[in-house]
Design a protein around this ligand. Structure first.
Ligand code: MG
Length: 254
């Protein structure tokens, strides 16, 4: 069963989405050469605490961080640590919050200074793929329409889609039904209904799609060592336009 949110539940999802969107964007401004992923994790933990929330990742199956921080060929689930960011790196931060019992989940890829133009293009395409997927997240469509739109956008540019890790429903829990692959057939899968809240998150590799998990048990890396990109939004399905809950309504940075 895919949970349907109504009324106050949707308001709760809006509040958590806005809170984590602001934290994501404030964290992005802290990304610069010399900063460690641990520094960013501590900053995130503080920001999340200050708004009265907690990280849904911290302690999840023993995950030690408050955010996931993945650099270059690391795809997702990187553990924050002593690694210093270098000029030319690309950092993927996956950030989430539980606020008032509702989870908001979002991810961003941030260049550290100027990055290789091919990586810059990879990031832009991943954002476009996310937008194409979100566009399909509307009542009456099938989940496969979302997946297929993402996959087509990625493959058309000559990149590859990570298949082992997928998006997901989100709400009271970080991971609810359905699973949302970034590949699939249009018109397949469950029917989308107003009130579903989905974390849509393309993970796109510059090179081949194969990934593996490092010995730390968490960090996912590309097998070919080429860079990967990741963007994510929590989205509310409505009868009309999809509502991006983790898109800031008031984008002024404080
Ligand atoms: Mg997610």
């Amino acid at each position: 069963m895919i949970p349907i949110k109504k009324g106050e539940e949707i308001e709760g999802m809006r509040r958590s989405g806005q809170a984590i969107a602001e934290i994501r964007d404030r964290l992005a401004t802290l990304v610069k050469p010399g900063v460690t992923t641990k520094d960013l994790d501590e900053a995130a933990a503080k920001m999340i605490r200050e708004v009265g929330g907690k990280s849904p990742f911290h302690g999840y199956r023993g995950f030690p961080g408050h955010i996931c921080a993945s650099v270059n060929e690391e795809v997702v689930h990187g553990i924050p640590g002593k690694r210093k960011l270098l000029y030319g790196d690309v950092l993927k931060m996956d950030v989430g919050i539980v606020l008032g019992g509702w989870v908001g989940d979002t991810a961003i890829s941030v260049p550290v200074g100027a990055i290789a133009s091919e990586t810059e293009a990879l990031l832009a395409r991943t954002q476009l793929a996310l937008a194409k997927g979100i566009e399909q997240a509307r009542a009456g469509n099938r989940l496969g329409d979302v997946s297929a739109a993402i996959e087509r956008c990625v493959l058309d540019a000559g990149y590859s889609v990570v298949k082992e890790f997928v998006g997901h429903g989100v709400g009271r829990s970080l991971h609810e039904e359905p699973q949302i692959p970034n590949y699939g057939r249009p018109g397949s899968g469950p029917l989308l209904k107003a009130g579903m809240t989905l974390a849509i998150e393309p993970m796109v590799n510059l090179g081949k799609e194969a990934v593996r998990i490092l010995k730390d048990g968490w960090t996912v890396v590309t097998v070919d060592g080429k860079p990967s990109s990741h963007f994510e939004h929590t989205v509310l399905v409505t009868e009309d336009e999809p509502e991006i809950l983790t898109c800031r309504k008031n984008p002024t940075l404080s």
